[in-house]
Design a protein around this ligand. Sequence first.
Ligand code: HEC
Length: 167
Amino acid sequence: MRKGLLILTIIVLITGGIIAISGAGGDMPPADADKLWSYMTTDNPYTGWGFWPGHEGIYPGKSPHGAYLKVYANTVALKAAHEGKPMPDGAIIVKENYGKDKKTLMAVTPMYRIKGYNPEGGDWYWAKYGADGSVLKAGKVKGCIDCHTVQKTKDWIFTPAPMLQDY
Ligand code: HEC
């Protein structure tokens, strides 16, 4: 019996290891607003990611987003941006929306690419959080999709990165 348990434990450990290694971003959160928030603020805090290329630091935004913005991107997204490639599965672009005083964080609006999640919405998982992480909108959010769809040919992204001119 004990031997059986030991073997089972070993199998579980090995399988878990294989999943963790082989899965492209095996530790990526599912399409769940709370899990995405805890991933991007605790497990892999976005404030430690790089800024979207060409938009380092805070800069003026347009309606409906904040008067001032900061746009961060995770490693997967930054790599693709630098290579001029479309955003792969697991890419996350996080936008912080600030008020006119450039200091008050009004909302955090990420877009998170999950392959196969919603082809009509660019396979992006859209979300809007309050500064405290409260979920205001999440998932296949019509408002986000309807507006960002005009950028369909640019991976649904408005903000051009200097090296992305021709994709
Ligand atoms: C009415 C149009 C509109 C709507 C609605 C909208 N956006 Fe945007 N979004 C923009 C524009 C324009 C930009 C470019 C930055 C700027 O100048 O404000 C942008 C930028 C972004 C960015 C940075 C990457 C990029 O595309 O440039 C993210 C992330 C983002 N929006 C997420 C969202 C989410 C999530 C929602 C829904 C909760 C949403 N947006 C709703 C127009 C919109």
